[in-house]
Design a binder for this molecule. Structure first.
Ligand SMILES: *Cc1c(COP(=O)(O)O)cnc(C)c1O
Length: 233
């Protein structure tokens, strides 16, 4: 078995355990394999054992990889999720090539994605990124802005607002991990109570996925636990 296949099996076991511990069905949590910095061959290895959803942070790297994966493995449908910071001059290729975007944090970007989404692809699935760590993080919408932003994004024609995403400050303390995820969950519940039809909480990475599942994650974004340590150039 390849290292990636073995790692995927281990991650799967962790997800199953966390689901069981919270009385959640395994099917309520989707595993997004974060393949940033890894080559198309790594994606193909994960596909060989059934992985079908992949996350990428860097646009050009992702576009090259998508082409290469399609060449190596034609005819297998997979979904691509954009999970990196979005520059406003890069929205067009994101809208045309991805199935999901998890990192929308302002209306301007959402409007551009909606305008630039090719209609034949159907609506682009969107999560709003929320800054739940306050001053410690520069990314994400502020909690106070969230209800208004969510209403505006939900009204855009070529997007489908699915839910919320956050990257809490990394910590080994499981109580702190859970507190951050619970905060996102509370924001999610209050938007739903306001009438927005959201179904997605994108939270949890390699170091905190069990805590995220305990607090209601529906998508966990896992990179290094599947593909190994990243080496940036
Ligand atoms: C890189 C990245 C991940 C995966 O992180 P790991 O710790 O390697 O699992 C998840 N989400 C986002 C937004 C990322 O940038």
């Amino acid at each position: 078995m390849s290292i990636i296949a073995a790692n995927l099996q281990a991650v799967e076991a962790t997800i199953e355990q966390a689901c069981a511990a919270s009385n959640r069905g395994r099917e309520t949590v989707q595993l997004l394999a974060v393949s940033k910095t890894f080559p198309a061959e790594a994606v193909v290895e994960a596909m060989a054992v059934g992985q079908r959803a992949f996350g990428e942070n860097y646009l050009q790297e992702a576009l090259d990889k998508m082409q290469e994966v399609a060449r190596l493995q034609p005819g297998t449908a997979i979904s691509w999720h954009f999970i990196g910071p979005i520059q406003s001059n890069k929205t067009r290729p994101i809208a045309a090539s991805f199935d999901w975007v998890h990192t929308v944090e302002r209306l301007k970007i959402a409007q551009r994605l909606s305008e630039q989404r090719p209609p034949e692809l159907g609506p682009l699935d969107i999560c709003l990124q929320v800054n739940i760590s306050g001053e410690a993080s520069k990314s994400g919408a502020r909690e106070q802005e969230l209800p208004e932003l969510a209403r505006q994004v939900a009204a855009l024609p070529n997007l489908r607002l699915r839910g919320l995403m956050a990257i809490p400050e990394p910590t080994d303390d499981e109580a702190q991990q859970r507190a951050a995820f619970a905060r996102l969950r509370t924001l999610f519940d209050s938007l739903r109570a306001d009438g927005l039809a959201l179904d997605t909480l994108s939270m949890g990475m390699s170091g905190d996925l069990a805590a995220a599942i305990a607090e209601g994650a529906t998508i966990v974004r896992i990179g290094s636990a599947i593909f190994g340590a990243r080496h940036y150039e």
